[in-house]
Design a protein around this ligand. Sequence first.
Ligand code: PHE
Ligand code: ZN
Ligand code: ZN
Length: 297
Amino acid sequence: AADAGAAAVLVGNNVPGPLGGTLGSVAEGRLPTGGLLQPDFDALLPRAGTPATLVLATRSATITTRNVIAQTTTGRPDEVVMSGAHLDSVPQGPGINDNGSGSAAQLELALRLGSAPPVTNAVRFAWWGAEESGLIGSTTYVRGLTPEARRDIAVLLNSDMLASPNPAYLVYDGDDSDRVGAPPGPRGSDGIERTLRAALEATGVPPQGTDFDGRSDYGAFIEAGIPAGGLFTGAEEIKTPEDAARWGGQAGAPFDRCYHQACDTVANIDRPALDRMLDALAVGVGTYAVDLGGPNG
Ligand code: PHE
Ligand code: ZN
Ligand code: ZN
């Protein structure tokens, strides 16, 4: 085979490719030359002297990915409080902050609540599949609901990245989602923002708002007019000096320097941040499970 130089290879799932990729992953690196390549890859390699960078999209496969949904046996099933986190991660790393942190938080909330808590409204936990492939799990779920089943969901709380190592303490900005269709007023996203802000403040950190920018699993809920909110400790964005004055940590560095990278391991978790976010979420879930009016609307 010719030397392909620095090449990127798209490797299909379940099919071991020359760089050992897994389904849907993009393995980037230097193509091995010589006998390591399989024949069909060899055939696509550029001849010596042609440009060195190429993308080979030669193999792909369809896989099934699932959402995991669990609901309390108690509480009104027509006023459901949903709390969700994506369970998948990018292929580049183990995804412990993104989004083991949010997934683990759902588990902890479910454990604390138990299967039959004395609540007014049912609580439904969701672990979404395929968020990183384009919010596929949550979008498929919401779009697949009947109009009635959609109306039965009173609120959605999203957990995506709750333990960034250089954390921000962010609450989704309710105004934003109201603008794109959620009902304003006491049961709209503004109320959720107020409730979660107050709960975070009670853990000793001053929260800031963050836009619903469409990058996580609340999107389909907002699109369906379901009030949504949630918490976030920041991804690749840089912590400003003002942020550092507010929250400590390192100004000029990303909130999560291992975002979507191999180093997003258990060492990439800020435990105090996870603890605070979990406490605030517990207040949110507990509040709405008991009363959708909540103390803050
Ligand atoms: N959803 C993004 C991801 O999983 C992370 C993110 C969450 C970014 C919220 C912005 C806001 O990679
Ligand atoms: Zn991600
Ligand atoms: Zn994520």
